[in-house]
Ligand binder design. Structure first.
Ligand SMILES: Nc1ncnc2c1ncn2[C@@H]1O[C@H](COP(=O)(O)OP(=O)(O)O)[C@@H](O)[C@H]1O
Ligand SMILES: [Mg+2]
Length: 259
């Protein structure tokens, strides 16, 4: 007997506009638990806006998002993080003057058990808690092969490494859903390959469900179980990578002469 497992994430008729300009029109799709879903489409198609709707940075005028059984239209980013949604941004959003370790440790803030006053006074469980968070941050740094940069100031690192630090910080939160906005943009082929491996590792070994935005169609075909294609704020295809790549609208809009 087949069991019907509800999707971890479902977008239901989401529409979003800015001062009357439609960014996203009537988008619905589902992401199953455990899958890697790629969101692709030309610049301005509405991809980043959708990630912003999922984790509550933008509030859609229409539609609802369902995550892990909870339906919402307005989710604040803080609550999204507590429910298990972590993300990275199209433009790096790291603490540039802080070390790699401090940045990754910041990803653990949700998991701190002690209160602010205990942390300030360094009493009671604050000590144990701090040690536990540091151990976890170092564990993620190790998994992403960042040990050699642990104490380096983030702003001094190459762009590709900073992208990896951002992934590490997101993973440090132990999310159930990881939203990655162009994690491989601006990377060379070798860096892209490494990043794809880290994302797949997180997916396979930590069971993190991933929604990622990526332009390199080769990367998309290699890493994703499911592809959703947007064009001018509308969904034009949704399916397995091999199905989507043959879709005539996709060939015209995305893989065709415009890209
Ligand atoms: N904060 C905002 N204010 C006004 N317009 C926005 C804002 N964010 C996105 N847009 C517009 O929404 C559309 C989709 O943008 P975006 O989601 O960034 O596309 P993509 O990530 O696919 O390149 C674009 O026309 C963009 O200019
Ligand atoms: Mg974008």
């Amino acid at each position: 007997m087949t069991q019907i497992v509800p999707p971890l994430l479902a977008l239901d008729h989401i529409s979003l506009s800015f001062k009357g300009t439609k960014a996203v029109s009537d988008i619905s799709f589902e992401v199953a638990a455990g899958e890697v879903c790629a969101l692709i489409g030309p610049n301005g198609a509405g991809k980043s806006s959708l990630l912003n709707v999922i984790n509550g940075i933008y509030r859609p005028q229409q539609g609802t998002v369902r995550f892990d059984g909870h339906a919402y239209r307005k989710m604040d980013p803080y609550r999204a993080a507590h429910r298990g949604i972590a993300r990275t941004f199209q433009n790096l959003a790291l603490f540039r003057r802080m070390s790699v370790f401090e940045n990754v440790l910041a990803g653990r803030n949700l998991h701190r058990q002690s209160t602010w006053i205990e942390q300030t006074l360094h009493v009671g469980r604050a000590h144990r808690d701090e040690a536990e968070q540091r151990r976890h941050a170092d564990n993620v740094i190790g998994k992403l092969d960042l040990q050699g940069y642990r104490d380096a100031v983030v702003g001094t690192l190459s762009y590709g490494l900073q992208k990896r630090v951002e992934l590490a910080r997101a993973l440090a939160a132990q999310p159930r859903l990881l939203l990655l906005d162009e994690p491989m943009a601006g990377m060379n082929a070798e860096e892209k390959h490494a990043m794809a491996e880290y994302v797949l590792d997180a997916n396979e070994h930590f069971g993190v469900t991933v929604v990622l935005i990526e332009h390199d169609i080769g990367v998309v075909m290699g890493v994703s179980d499911h592809v959703v294609v947007l064009d001018y704020g509308r969904k034009i295809a949704d399916g397995r990578p091999d199905e989507v790549r043959k879709h005539p609208d996709v060939l015209a809009a995305y893989l065709g002469t415009r890209h």
